[in-house]
Design a protein around this ligand. Structure first.
Ligand SMILES: [Zn+2]
Ligand SMILES: [Zn+2]
Length: 334
């Protein structure tokens, strides 16, 4: 394989506007962080830049591990992604199934103005995708079998935009499946109801709402820059500071702010935590009990989740308990 092509495949996310770490979004995040520190924290520009590019964060053990995990996970994903269930496969299967039923009328709304259909589709895609992320994330914390793999993401002790890739490959597979189901089912239902006019409002090939989410600093949720929104807005959109609270090891922040873009799910289902302006001490990220084994040891990060899942299953088998019995999140055992 051509070396340049391989490097392009691994690092392609940085030049792909569909991805959060697209260089343009990262550059905008630096500008936003700078404006925030100068405006809200009344810092000088030099001090603000020094804070944004804090060497203790960028060159920490945790950060170096993030970079290695990024490369390894990209390689794994290149190998396995052709074998995963695709959005199109789900959409096609559902589309044919819809033809066989008579409850939902075929093409019942295809006379609506195209602009309305496109707007409806763009919003529904965004909302359904975001809700599915909230639900799967919540389950990741609720069920010990899933927490065994999700704890890899929470083991980061410092956060940079690359931390979004700090996930166990099994979590990557689950999220891929989630995205295929959420987007594939929305796609097929819309085609069935609204016909060929279905398409997305896009900017640079990305759903306009996703684009808006990224240019307003989605990268800063994995960072040490605590951008807060107004209280009313934090009920609707998750601010970077709210996702940082989700990563905090303080007990009062456990099981809060599972949302990705929208905070309404957390608000509706009782897991919302607004950002805190006055804190007695700075936020500390990582796992409960400061379990440092996961911080930078790649053997632990990749293999320990399998061993932990094995331990949980054996315990369940001995007790004759179900596979997905609810557990207490953030607790390494049950
Ligand atoms: Zn989480
Ligand atoms: Zn996170």
């Amino acid at each position: 394989m051509d070396l340049l092509t391989s490097l392009g495949d691994i690092f392609g996310d940085f030049i792909d506007p569909k991805k959060r770490v697209f260089a343009g979004y990262l550059a905008l995040s630096v500008v936003l962080a700078l404006l925030w520190l100068v405006w809200a924290d009344r810092m000088g520009a030099r001090a603000a830049l020094a804070r944004i590019f804090d060497r203790r964060v960028l060159f920490s053990k945790s950060s170096f591990a993030d970079a290695k995990i990024f490369v390894i996970n990209r390689l794994i994903s290149l190998v396995i992604s052709p074998y995963l269930l695709s959005q199109l496969a789900i959409a096609t299967a559902l589309y044919f199934w819809l033809h066989g039923q008579s409850v939902i009328p075929h093409g019942g709304f295809d006379t609506l103005p195209v602009a309305l259909i496109v707007a409806l589709f763009s919003v529904t895609m965004f909302v359904v995708d975001d809700l599915s992320k909230y639900l799967v994330h919540r389950w990741m914390h609720r069920f010990p079998l899933l927490w065994a793999i999700h704890k890899v993401h929470h083991s980061a002790t410092t956060m940079t935009p690359v931390t979004v890739y700090r996930v166990h490959p099994l979590e990557g597979v689950l999220y891929g499946l989630r995205s295929a189901v959420a987007q594939g089912s929305t796609l097929s239902l819309f085609y069935f109801l609204f016909g060929d006019a279905v398409s997305l409002y896009t900017v640079l090939g990305v759903n306009a709402l996703v684009f808006f989410f990224h240019i307003t600093g989605s990268n800063l949720r994995h960072s040490h820059i605590e951008i807060r929104y107004w209280r009313w807005l934090e009920h609707i959109l998750i601010s970077p500071a709210q996702h940082q609270l989700h990563h905090s090891i303080a007990k009062r922040h456990y099981d809060k702010n599972f949302g990705v873009a929208l905070a309404v799910w957390d608000w509706l289902f009782g897991s919302l935590h607004l950002s805190e302006k006055e804190k007695s001490e700075p936020l500390e990220f990582g796992l409960e009990g400061r379990d440092g084994r996961y911080e930078a040891d790649l053997k632990v990060i990749y293999f320990e989740p399998f061993r932990e899942m094995g331990r949980i299953l054996r315990r369940r088998a001995r007790r004759g308990a179900g596979l997905f019995k609810r557990g207490k999140s953030h607790s390494p055992a049950e």
